[in-house]
Write a protein that binds this ligand. Structure first.
Ligand code: FDP
Length: 343
């Protein structure tokens, strides 16, 4: 593992850092390095639009709905096609899947395929686009499991434990890319004046003492008893609760990012609000699993209330799961309440 202290006082670009990590693996082909570097490039291209969204009149919906029945925003489409177009022809991927597409996305026949699979949520938190609230991109990289033909659905439906790398880009007051290849979580902040991501947060660990709980409490009356009682406990209403303060942006990447740095728990439980979505709103493959990978790498934990998110075997591309993610002690407490009172 790279020495965390080695970065104190240095000016390290994301390219340098990714290459240094690659050199830790003597047999590495460089393909994963190049995928990560292309994602950093996608981040810069998407950030150039999110920061100028009002100016270029790109705000607003296209009027279409995506496969989730949500209104598609123009920036979603832009982010989606940017990531696809940077990755379809490189020969490093066997397949892709995006939250915006119903089926997995094969690599076009005219291009070679490679050993990795990329799953992504191009613009998460998109209901916030028009209101200048932070939004994000989430990505997950697996090794392909099939050996014949070009990539298939099977390559995309992998357990989070098999992740090779995962991360997100947050478009906020600054743009940051945070990722892990299983050797710690590292954050890079974009310096727009030079167009480079610079290492700003090496080896992120969730603080032991959490500050916030984050949940859409407007849906409280749709929750099961276990989630309700857990929330009372977190607030300190119940005996021994930690009395956390509430912060909820409603943009998963932004909520997760804040809690990663401050300590806390984000949850989007199963609720009775929409009978079409009995398992909550968030998607296992595009949201829950990659963030769970980061949480565990940062000393935290993610659960669906009953088992580790990373242990769930996906059965469909757009599968939804309840998500409890953050400090391990808090997530395990949520599991305890759910086991006892349901959730
Ligand atoms: P959005 O609908 O704006 O794209 O999964 C999408 C997501 O946002 C998450 O980013 C966010 O955490 C959640 O949905 C917010 O949902 P609620 O509005 O139901 O709280």
């Amino acid at each position: 593992m790279l020495d965390p202290d080695a970065f104190t006082g240095t000016l390290t670009t994301i390219e340098r850092f990714i290459l240094d990590e690659q050199m830790e693996h003597p047999g590495a082909t460089g393909a994963l390095t190049d995928i990560l570097y292309d994602l950093a490039l996608a981040a810069k291209i998407i950030a150039s639009k999110t920061t100028r969204a009002g100016l270029v009149q790109i705000l607003g919906s296209t009027g279409e709905e995506n496969v989730q029945g949500e209104v598609v925003q123009k920036l979603d489409q832009f982010a989606d096609s940017t990531i696809f177009r940077l990755n379809d022809h490189t020969g490093r991927l066997a397949a892709m899947a995006s939250e915006e597409h119903e089926d997995f996305i094969p690599i076009p026949d005219r291009f070679q395929t490679g050993n990795y699979v990329l799953l992504y949520d191009p613009l998460d938190g998109s209901s916030n686009i028009d209101y200048n609230v932070s939004i994000g991109t989430i990505f997950a990289i697996y090794r392909r499991v099939t050996t014949t033909d070009r990539g298939s659905l099977e390559d995309c439906l992998q357990q989070g434990r098999k992740l090779v790398a995962a991360g997100y880009i947050i478009y906020g007051s600054s743009t940051m890319m945070v990722y892990s290849t299983g050797r710690g979580v590292h954050g890079f902040t974009l310096d727009p004046s030079i167009g480079e991501f610079l290492l700003s947060h090496p080896y992120i660990q969730m603080p032991d003492k959490p500050m916030y709980y984050s949940v859409n409490q407007g849906y409280e009356h749709y929750w099961k008893d276990g989630v309700q009682r857990f929330t009372n406990w977190v607030q300190g209403k119940d005996h021994n609760g930690p009395e956390l303060s509430l912060r909820y942006i409603g943009s998963l990447v932004a909520d997760f990012h804040r809690n990663l740095l401050t300590g806390g728990i984000f949850y989007y439980p199963a609720d009775a609000k929409d009978s079409q979505k009995p398992h909550g709103k968030l998607r296992l493959l595009y949201e829950a699993a990659p963030l769970a990978f980061l949480a565990e790498q940062a000393g935290g934990y993610a659960s669906d209330g009953r088992q580790a998110i990373l242990d769930i075997q996906p059965t469909t591309l757009h599968q939804r799961v309840p998500l409890f993610i953050g400090n391990r002690s808090l997530v395990e407490k949520a599991e305890e309440f759910i086991a006892k009172y349901g959730g």
